[in-house]
Unconditional design. Structure first.
Length: 302
């Protein structure tokens, strides 16, 4: 039993680093893109630095990197080059997400230790939290219906529709939300799928609920990681319209609670998923914005 607890702690330490994927090391952030693998926090730093370069002519030109060739332009693109850019951006996203543990250092330790500690605390309290719900058939039915808002079959058509609307009405913001939202969701699905397979936690409505490596798919919550990812993206896209962020996060919170009410996830599942989703949404946005100041080659035939 003790060995199993130690193994669980070790794996959650690794998961915690992934939860802090948006927090890569400051050392990597100062390296050039062509000589080092960028961490996810570096995207934020690049966005701020590039924005500053637009305000002052004394700033050196931004360093070009491999993302510039697959930068999403502000205008409507043909499906084939757009899908190719989407695919390559996701490949680079996954590389940075899964290599982020190697960028952890003393400067950002708390930024992944705190989510890890919170997740561990919730795991210990999962049963008590679940029992605090009424757990009636009506509650489970309500939770199942409401949580459909955060399902991939709901969110992907919404963000894809945003791009179509933007192309139709020549709305650059709608196009940007559509393509970045799709990228975020696909990043979410890949990361959640890998972690679900690694932890194999049983769901609350399965035999031996809460057990890890029992063959289940409870940890982390796929609905939570997706809905919080989109909420984070919208909040950053409309940072000057607070009502958008408040509404998006409120819906994300409702979906997360609904997954617990539907007895499909424990509190730790939705917390871990929501945390990772928020970071991914911000990372995708910041990575895109950091390249706006670059003289990218998005118009070169792909």
């Amino acid at each position: 039993m003790m060995a199993k607890k130690i193994a669980l702690l070790q794996i959650f330490m690794i998961a915690g680093i992934l939860v802090g994927a948006a927090r890569a090391s400051d050392d990597v952030a100062t390296a050039t893109p062509t000589t080092a693998r960028q961490g996810l926090l570096a995207a934020t730093d690049r966005a701020e630095n590039d924005a500053g370069s637009n305000d002052s002519g004394s700033q050196p030109p931004p360093v070009l990197d491999r993302r510039d060739r697959i930068f999403y332009p502000g205008d409507t693109e043909r499906p084939k080059p757009l899908l190719r850019k989407l695919f390559l951006n996701i490949v680079f996203d996954q590389e940075e997400i899964f290599t982020s543990p190697f960028h952890a250092n003393r400067h950002n330790a708390l930024e992944w230790l705190l989510p890890t500690a919170a997740t561990g605390g919730l795991i210990a309290a999962d049963t008590h939290i679940a029992n605090a719900f009424e757990n009636s058939r009506g509650q489970v039915r309500w939770g199942g219906r409401v949580s459909n808002i955060g399902a991939s079959y709901t969110l992907i058509p919404i963000v894809a529709g945003s791009y179509v609307y933007g192309a139709w009405r020549d709305n650059a913001k709608a196009r940007e939300i559509g393509v970045l939202g799709t990228e975020s969701l696909l990043d979410d699905l890949i990361l959640a799928g890998v972690l679900k397979e690694a932890f194999r936690r049983n769901r609350p409505d399965e035999k031996h609920p809460g057990d890890f490596w029992g063959g289940g798919t409870s940890f982390p919550s796929g609905h939570a990681i997706q809905v919080w990812s989109i909420a984070s993206l919208l909040d950053h896209e409309y940072k000057h319209k607070k009502i958008v962020g408040v509404t998006a996060y409120s819906l994300a919170g409702i979906v997360s609670a609904a997954r617990i009410a539907a007895q499909k996830h424990f509190a730790s599942d939705v917390f871990a998923g929501g945390t990772m989703g928020w970071f991914i949404g911000r990372y995708v946005y910041d990575t895109h914005m950091s390249h706006l100041a670059h003289k990218h080659s998005s118009l070169i035939p792909m």
